[in-house]
Design a protein. Structure first.
Length: 246
């Protein structure tokens, strides 16, 4: 396994080399297949529940409580279908990327479909990693969380705050998997889901390359598993403020 401790990565970045990673197509193809099965099952259940409701209504034998329970089940299933379609779109967009998915070096970051992001224009970088929570809890909740994750969900992302997001959005072209969120005025943040496109070790490599490159360029860096911290940092950089690292 690659040594991802901070010092080797600092030496790696200082030497002028770059971390370049392409999408893991085998992983993505498997995810797409699981997503297809997920949509077929949840869609099939939705149709079946609706058919039962129509049948009961037509026959007049259903009671109010029965309709309420079936309606709740239908809403839940349709919500799962919607979630499955959102994650499917994410997987398909990632599969459309050819060449480098992400590149990190001493000059900045390059992402598929996004113009080069120089460290000089960067307000800060936040890496969020909640992959450990996939095993939290028990029973149905845990199984649903695992199912959602393995059908295209993401628990490991990068947020890159920028001074001039408007020009980045204007120059973006081609297949793009990063979200370009415009904040106040021209500031904003690039949000990239790593674990949809990369395997676990590659995600860790990106984190350590970013940690080393930001340190060399005096750019604030934060690694967290707290979603509230990520949201607060994103809002802060969206206002044009430099990321605060406590």
């Amino acid at each position: 396994m690659t040594d991802i401790s901070a010092d080797p990565w600092r030496q790696f970045i200082q030497s002028g080399r770059a971390l370049r990673l392409e999408v893991e197509r085998v992983q993505l193809t498997a995810t797409l297949k699981r997503n297809t099965r997920y949509l077929l099952v949840t869609g099939g259940i939705s149709v079946a529940v609706l058919a039962v409701m129509v049948g009961l209504f037509a026959s007049g034998i259903g009671r109010a409580v029965t309709y309420v329970l079936l309606a709740i089940l239908l809403v839940v299933m349709l919500g799962n279908v919607g979630l499955g379609l959102i994650t499917r779109r994410r997987v398909l967009k990632t599969l459309a990327v050819e060449g480098v998915f992400i590149e990190v070096d001493a000059a900045g970051i390059r992402l598929a479909g996004v113009p080069p992001l120089a460290w000089a224009q960067t307000l800060g970088v936040v890496v969020s990693d909640n992959r450990a929570t996939i095993d939290d809890g028990k029973g149905l909740a845990r199984r649903l969380r695992t199912l959602t994750y393995h059908t295209g969900g993401s628990l490991n992302s990068v947020v890159i705050g920028l001074h001039d997001m408007r020009s980045v959005r204007a120059a973006a072209s081609g297949p793009r998997v990063a979200s370009l969120d415009l904040g106040m005025h021209d500031h904003g943040a690039v949000v990239l889901n790593l674990d949809v496109a990369l395997d676990r070790e590659q995600c860790d490599q990106v984190r350590e390359a970013l940690r080393a490159a930001t340190a060399l360029n005096s750019v604030p860096f934060r690694f967290t598993a707290d979603n509230g911290t990520v949201a607060q940092a994103t809002l802060q950089m969206g206002r044009g403020d430099r990321l605060t690292v406590s």
